[in-house]
Design a protein around this ligand. Structure first.
Ligand code: E4P
Length: 214
């Protein structure tokens, strides 16, 4: 399973990368706004740090605008994946990107049929937002299970990228279901390695070590 980090903060990417936890990066307009920096500057800095896929999201909502942005991003670095919203105009852009060899991450997916359409359009990744579904009392991980099953049924090559991950349980379940990727904030990546018994065990080993004659 691949881990992407969901952030536009270079410092966070460096920290996660030092633990070997960055197979790729996802960003979105809200995360970029939070960074307070120009997107192109951040994007290029991230691409210099990370060899894996780096998602850059378009902000146009029509086909022509999306394709203009997609071609511009794709020309910047060869590991840039163009993030496109799951709307009808977006699917048209995904199809053209596929034909032109531009990788896409289709975002804001909230249903299995949306995921089916994205795969048919030739998306490289589909991003179902599990946390936002949980927020409205809908089981986000059930959607992952359905998409994995549908993609397996028809041998789609689109990778399932579990997004809007809020807790280690989301990552656990995504891995059990065979999702290809989970994109997580740094806080979740750090939580994944925590266990109270590890901390207790370590404290006991260290206090016992004090009793060993030196
Ligand atoms: C994914 O690509 C999105 O950037 C992200 O996971 C959204 O997460 P949120 O719902 O916590 O904002």
């Amino acid at each position: 399973m691949k881990f992407f980090i969901d952030t536009a903060e270079v410092k966070e990417i460096k920290e996660a990368a030092s633990m070997g936890l960055v197979d790729g990066v996802t960003t979105n307009p809200s995360l970029v706004a939070k960074s307070g920096r120009k997107f192109k500057d951040v994007l290029l800095e991230i691409c210099d740090l990370v060899k894996g896929p780096v998602s850059a999201e378009v902000v146009s909502t029509n086909y022509d605008g999306m394709m203009k942005e997609a071609r511009e991003y794709a020309a910047l670095r060869n590991n840039i994946v163009v993030k496109i919203p799951l709307i009808a105009e977006g699917l048209k852009a995904v199809r053209t990107c596929h034909e032109e060899g531009i990788k896409t991450n289709v975002t804001l997916c909230f249903s299995a049929t949306q995921a089916l359409l994205a795969a048919k359009a030739g998306a490289s990744y589909i991003s179902p937002f599990v946390g936002r579904l949980d927020d409205v009392s809908t089981n986000g991980m059930q959607l992952i299970s359905e998409i994995v099953q549908i993609y397996d049924n028809y041998n789609f090559e689109t990778e399932v990228l579990v997004a809007s991950v809020r807790s280690p349980m989301h990552v656990h379940e995504a891995a059990m279901l065979g999702a290809h990727v989970a994109t997580c904030p740094l806080s979740v990546l750090l939580q994944l390695c925590k266990h109270p018994l590890t901390d207790l065990g370590l404290a006991k080993f260290l206090s016992d070590w004090e009793k060993v004659p030196k």
